[in-house]
Design a protein around this ligand. Structure first.
Ligand code: MSP
Length: 748
């Protein structure tokens, strides 16, 4: 891997005989997807190997449930934040269980044990003089829950979304006092953070100067109250980071908790996504140093999982769910792909195609095929018992040497988090064992070879290949726990989980498979995936997207617009809508028809947005200009029928803010927006997907025709139209304001 040099200083092996490993805690504003599964699977593989090495391991994961983002998502869903958080936290936990992930604890930041610990941490920081009261006026990115430097309306430098202006009384943490201490700490602990790109980024961030950090909020209440000043809630990142110690019992008076904390803290490794390294490598050690607690031993950042060229994320609408891969190929296939295909620390592309290719070549045709060949021959020629054989020849010695080298090389690479390289080396041994079988061809008796000599060769070759498989299986266990459990039984070794508990990787060495061991009948491990596996996964995703959108329509919509909107829309506007292009709505020819989808009988049109050229108009922005009527952005309108002021007054134009923006599957021009009008929230659909990336729209203020009659498109209801200017080529440019305008303000 590119940054592999940085790994050498932060091995995942522990020198103290115990190992504490954490995932980031996941926001509960959206359901889990493959990106979340990636971080958790990596941790699971590390934890399994540590345990199998005999290290007392504690693997923590959980959910991050407070803050403005969650509060807003819950409101949109018409639920209390707690109901909402409980439902999504349950989905995360359910998915980890479905995938068989072996976390030791799952913390929710809404739990009492966490609240108690956070309040203790806050009080300690204040008592030690590192927290003071002040007021803050500046920009805040709700999506990242991060304070941002920049003028009003500036986009967030990390995610590109428009920031909100916040003006509040806040408590501040004296982060500025830690600039030098942090730099000294990084210097003294070169293995603290990795990969190298993260290390460089963090150091340059700190060197550029640290300002004090606002660590409380007063403009909403979904959080942990500041002890002694309950109109403040603790800033969600201070709250969230503290999970790593509260889950161990920090803040508890119970002596068992205190012992656990003393045993496992400092953490050996916080595994995180690269986008949150500043929080983990700057704020977190500073908070801990200030509180007199040791910082974690290492923070390691994984890259992003990309899908369709972008970071997999809900707002981009390009997510794949781990359940889908689990259903079609099994969770081992997913684990193997993620760890083998993506050099840890780098971004990696996910595609069903690449997944199936990797599955077939390495698992079905590689390891799976090798195991079944050898198992079948041991049954065929020796009735299922590992045969005795005499002295090994040079070929056996060579395979043994390779296996011994692989044990060392695999371990070294894995413990440096170079999973891809570790697996590549292990699969070289798979290939070599296959080659050894083929070269010796125990299934083929040359006419001139005496029967006894052939039987001897068969015994020697099959026993040797089976031993190689045992070594491969033991090493692969942390990555392929399900398949290796089956193979372990087939090899007559019992339960691999028991072997792991007995630290079977600690002394893994050639020669463990004893002659006379009874094999189980081989059963298929990784049936070859046909081309239709890709289509099946795609179909499962399409089906899920439709269900989610239908559910969102039912669940997350604000009270129905017919009652909420002041009046029904002018019929002219609705009529114009019907002239919109329908090209984005062509039903998919690949996905099967889903009977739960409403069938659109009348022609449906995609773009309930309004364009302006030299005037605001209700011409559909996504409609391709009819032939001979090319868009003439700067030309005078041809048929501007005069209206009276009363006519104009019928149109309820309002300022709204975009809270959620996502693509509508199979409609390449259409975005689904959830907007806040100040007096209510709604869903609208807009044909601006080709010009605006959904995630960059969040927080943006727009102008909406609020009293347009609701319309349905692709089963989704649209309750209003946004206004946009239309460029000569028809591209929309959203209308907005330079000054700050309150939500719901009327345009007249
Ligand atoms: N709640 C914070 C973390 C607080 S930790 C004290 C948060 N949550 S998150 O749900 O937005 O993302 C958490 C993690 O999920 C990321 O850091 C990353 O590890 C993982 N991923 C989410 N999407 C991902 C990809 N597309 N690719 C790889 N990892 C991704 O940030």
């Amino acid at each position: 891997m590119a940054d592999s040099d940085s790994n050498s200083s932060s091995r995942s092996s522990s020198s103290s005989g115990r190992f504490y490993l954490t995932t980031p805690i996941y926001y509960v504003n959206a359901r889990p997807h493959l990106g979340h599964a990636y971080s958790t699977i990596v941790c699971d593989a590390i934890a399994r190997r540590q345990r199998a090495l005999g290290v007392d391991t504690w693997f923590l994961t959980g959910t991050d449930e407070h803050g403005q983002k969650i509060e807003r998502s819950a409101r949109l869903a018409g639920r209390t934040p707690m109901e909402f958080a409980t439902a999504i936290a349950g989905e995360f936990r359910g998915l980890w269980d479905l995938l068989g992930l072996t976390y030791d604890d799952f913390i929710r930041t809404t739990e009492e044990r966490h609240k108690r610990g956070v309040q203790k941490l806050f009080a300690t920081l204040r008592d030690k003089g590192f927290i003071y009261k002040g007021s803050y006026t500046g920009q805040y990115c709700v999506s990242d829950e991060a304070w941002i430097e920049g003028p009003p309306g500036a986009p967030c430098p990390d995610c590109g979304r428009i920031t909100e202006t916040v003006s509040e009384e806040n408590y501040f943490f004296k982060l500025s006092a830690f600039e030098r201490k942090l730099l000294e700490f990084y210097e003294a602990n070169p293995g603290f953070m990795g990969p190298e790109s993260t290390r460089r980024e963090v150091i340059s961030f700190v060197r550029s100067g640290l300002k004090d950090l606002s660590v409380s909020r007063t403009s909403f209440s979904w959080g942990i109250p500041v002890p002694g000043d309950e109109k403040h809630v603790v800033y969600v990142w201070l709250d969230a980071l503290a999970n790593y110690i509260t889950a161990l019992g920090y803040g508890s008076d119970d002596v068992r908790d205190q012992e656990k904390f003393a045993k496992f803290w400092p953490a050996d490794m916080h595994l995180i996504g690269k986008e949150i390294s500043r929080f983990h490598c700057v704020y977190w050690p500073a908070f801990l140093m200030a509180a007199g607690i040791a910082p974690p031993r290492s923070v390691r950042a994984n890259g992003w999982l990309l899908f369709d060229q972008g970071k997999m994320s809900k707002s981009r609408g390009n997510i794949v769910r781990a359940e889908t891969v689990h259903t079609v190929l099994g969770s081992d296939a997913l684990r193997y792909f993620l760890l083998r295909e993506i050099p840890f620390g780098q971004d990696g592309a996910f595609s069903f195609d690449a997944l199936v290719q990797r599955y077939n070549s390495d698992l079905a045709n590689g390891y799976g095929n090798l195991v079944s060949r050898v198992g079948n021959m041991v049954y065929k020629y020796f009735g299922g018992d590992v045969p005795h054989f005499g002295a090994p020849t040079g070929a056996e010695a060579a395979l043994r040497l390779s296996a011994e080298r692989t044990i060392a090389a695999f371990g070294a690479a894995f413990d440096e988090l170079n999973f891809s390289d570790a697996l590549r080396r292990l699969w070289l041994l798979v290939g070599e064992t296959d080659g050894y079988l083929t070269a010796n061809a125990p299934w083929k008796k040359p006419a001139d070879r005496p029967a006894a000599a052939h039987l001897h060769l068969q015994a020697r070759v099959l026993a040797t290949a089976a031993e190689a498989i045992r070594i491969i299986t033991a090493l692969a266990y942390p990555v392929l726990p399900d398949a290796t459990a089956k193979v372990w039984r087939q090899l007559g070794q019992g339960e691999i989980g028991d072997a792991a508990r007995q630290a079977f990787l600690q002394n893994l060495a050639w020669g463990g498979l004893k002659a006379g061991t009874r094999f189980e009948m081989p059963a298929p491990l990784f049936p070859r995936a046909e081309r239709d596996a890709i289509q099946r996964m795609q179909n499962l995703e399409d089906e899920n997207n439709r269900t989610v959108i239908e559910a969102a329509q039912g669940e997350t919509m604000a009270p129905g617009p017919a009652t909420a909107a002041p009046s029904v829309a002018p019929s002219a506007a609705a009529g114009t809508d019907d002239a919109h292009s329908s090209d984005t709505l062509t039903p998919s020819t690949t996905a099967p028809h889903d009977p739960s989808m409403p069938v659109e009988t009348a022609p449906v049109h995609a773009v309930p947005a309004v364009q302006a050229s030299s005037r605001l108009s209700s011409t559909p922005i996504a409609a391709p200009p009819a032939s001979g009527q090319a868009q003439q952005g700067s030309e005078a309108p041809q048929t501007a029928l005069p209206i009276t002021i009363d006519d104009f007054a019928k149109i309820d134009l309002r300022v709204a803010q975009i809270l959620v923006a996502e693509r509508v599957p199979k409609a390449d021009k259409l975005l689904r927006l959830e907007i806040d009008l100040g007096y209510e929230k709604r869903q609208i659909l807009a044909g601006i997907a080709q010009q605006y990336e959904p995630e960059k729209l969040i927080g943006r203020k727009i102008v909406v025709v609020a009293n347009l009659a609701p319309r349905k498109m692709r089963g989704l209801e649209s309750n209003g139209m946004l206004l946009a200017a239309s460029l000569p080529d028809g591209a929309p440019v959203l209308a907005g304001f330079l000054e700050d305008v309150p939500l719901g303000a009327r345009l007249k």
